[in-house]
Design a protein around this ligand. Structure first.
Ligand SMILES: [Zn+2]
Length: 274
């Protein structure tokens, strides 16, 4: 219980850091220097106005000096990160399994908002996260079975670490490869850029953490959700579809978080139907 509470508090702090990342990395700014300022009046933000959640509520979402509105995204990112960290530590205790969930959820939360606000998926998060996912696969087996089934069929007798790394590599290459080919095809047919490479790198990163089937599920969930929400948005705002850029990364991030929480159940249910 006390671990879950501490994980929630730690998640709030990480969420506070993610807010800085979301604001600065798309603009190639450092997240270490300088200290945070109000974007409206440039006043340095005091430490006591920078406490996760509490400061936002006490200041009622406004700058202490100029009373400019602070985006509710700051509160949302902190609460989401705190909730996910608490969830994983509650389920897995203080363990590498919990660490995997916390790391991937934090990276996805940051990407959801950089893509939504700036249409940018920073390499620090996608490629950096991909490296972290591969390193984790070396010490904590990816609990997926595709690599295992393929190795058995090929008559290979691999140990659990080799299977885990193979699963991470399958998850990294296949769904992102399919997305990349779909983008190239779209470009050939329509002669416009339909897809950023950031989305491909992001999906590869998710694959390194989760293995093949959950990443395919993420791609399907993200694409369907993105299409539905995108169409509703275009109808609602009467925007021009030719100039509207759908933040696919945002929807892949939401899909990834859903799969991280419920993917195991969906995959088992589907396997049971076959
Ligand atoms: Zn201000």
């Amino acid at each position: 219980m006390i671990e879950t509470l501490l994980a929630a508090l730690f998640g709030l702090l990480i969420g506070s850091f993610l807010n800085v990342v979301i604001h600065r990395w798309p603009n190639d700014l450092s997240v270490v220097q300088p200290r945070s300022k109000c974007p409206a009046c440039n006043q340095l933000i005091a430490w006591y106005d920078n406490i996760p959640v509490l400061s936002y509520l006490l200041l009622r979402g406004r700058c202490r000096d100029c009373h400019a509105r602070i985006s509710p995204r700051y509160l949302l990112v902190e609460l989401l990160t705190g909730a996910f960290f608490a969830h994983f530590v509650w389920h897995f205790g203080i363990s590498l399994e919990a660490l995997r969930g916390c790391l991937l959820s934090a990276i996805l939360i940051a990407l959801i908002f950089t893509d939504l606000e700036s249409r940018i998926l920073p390499d620090e998060l996608t490629l950096g996260g991909l490296l972290v996912g591969l390193m984790l696969a070396c010490v904590l087996p990816v609990a997926e079975t595709t690599a295992h089934a393929m190795a058995s069929m090929a008559g290979l007798d691999w140990n659990s670490r080799a299977l885990s790394i193979a699963e991470a590599v399958l998850g990294m290459l296949l769904p992102s490869g399919a997305l990349w080919m779909a983008g190239v095809l779209y470009q050939k047919l329509r002669h416009v850029d339909g897809l950023g490479l950031g989305d491909v790198k992001m999906l590869a990163m998710i694959g390194a953490f989760l293995g093949l089937r959950p990443t395919l599920l993420t791609l399907i969930a993200g694409s369907v959700l993105g299409s539905v929400v995108g169409l509703i948005y275009l109808r609602w705002t009467k925007s021009d579809p030719a100039t509207y850029a759908l933040p696919l990364g945002t929807f892949l991030g939401i899909g990834g978080l859903a799969v991280l929480m419920y993917g195991r159940g969906v995959i088992d249910w589907y396997a049971g139907m076959l």
